[in-house]
Design a protein around this ligand. Sequence first.
Ligand code: UGA
Length: 433
Amino acid sequence: MNISAIGAGYVGLSTATVFAELGNNVIVADISKEKINNLNNGVMPFFEPGLKELVIKNVKEKRLKFVDKNNYAIEHGDVIFICVGTPPKENWETELKYVENVAIEIAKNMTSYKVIVHKSTVPVETGDNIKKIINDNVKENINFDVVSNPEFLREGTAIKDTLEPDRIVIGADSDRAIDIMKKLYGPIKAPLIITDIRSAELIKHASNAFLATKISFINSVARICERSGADVENVAVGMGYDKRIAKDFLNAGIGYGGSCFPKDSQAFIKIAEKYGYDYKLLKATNEINEEQKQIFVKKIKDTLKNNDNKKVGILGLSFKPNTDDMRFAPSIYVIQELQKDGIKIKAYDPESMEKSKNILKDVEYCKNPYEASENTDALIILTEWNEFKELDFKRIKSLMNNPLIIDGRNIYNPDDMVKEGFRYISIGRKEVK
Ligand code: UGA
């Protein structure tokens, strides 16, 4: 099939590349000439495991093309995916102008029947809005259908999540569009949920809100564990065996970050407000998430006692492993709060230091975890990259001023760390002395 994606971000690039890999002819458009030039030369706009290889392969085999003019993509695609950004406004409502502008462009440039699919995370009723915009701007009497096909991929596993999703949600009100979408997704083996457009839009926001709530739930349990001497890791395992609860997303830590949960949960509260509903549960989820970072900073400051002239090493800056994304990364808050008290910062992250340098100033960026440990009073884990799980702790201990590890992601076993000679403080687990 001829497919187009407008917007070469995480969603647009992953979707387009996977559909090309499945044999479709795909054009991706983005207004950034630089991004398009880079993509045509095999340079990705962000780090995502497996993406680069697949892009290069499909460009070479001529199934994937990048253009800097939306009208080429609009003309080409029988199915057009709208994958442009939906950033938060200052009051956390969703900024829809990019989606709306693309809808106008599609209306003005389409010359035959199109299935117009919105994949970006948008408030319920955006599909109706897109339909209206296109109807208002279309030149002749050209048929089209609007479909909501929310994306559930996670950064760091975007390609795998797109090729092997838990489910595919198609919100549509036309059999013609449903048939085309079914054919397009035919090669991907996953349950297909066909529903109306508004329900599809809500499935996305409700799913992210639920996952964010699950994280705040376990972080609340972690606080009770710390006070009662229980171990949140064991509590999570015991809970997770119940199929109704499920084990994923029960990792206590320093709270969720990234471009999705913080923004989507706030946006969902606003959407609820618009319909006259006070979404208390989700407000509490966000509040707990903010507190989680504050509690962690307090833990560091209390442990260091006198903060004057103290230096700490930070391992991990990105909001999660396998990405260089720094958007709403808890590391930003944690580091800035420590700096306010005069604590000096050394830091290492395998992928996100370039992006970090634009956000976090007065940080000594290091080449590896060992350099980041040298002459520090504490080593602080903020992202659970695999390479931090197996370190030479004898070497780390010999490099540090003081053998103290404060782990915001619970990646080490407390008994092992004590045996290695460290004071080890983590989340929701009592300190082994
Ligand atoms: C999230 C959802 O998981 C995807 O399904 C969704 O498509 C995406 O948002 C989106 O809306 O675009 P993502 O933000 O890439 O994906 O990353 P997650 O793996 O969900 O992690 C989000 C945050 O929660 C991270 O900061 C992570 O460290 C934190 N987290 C996750 C925890 O603190 N504990 C957990 O148990 C799981």
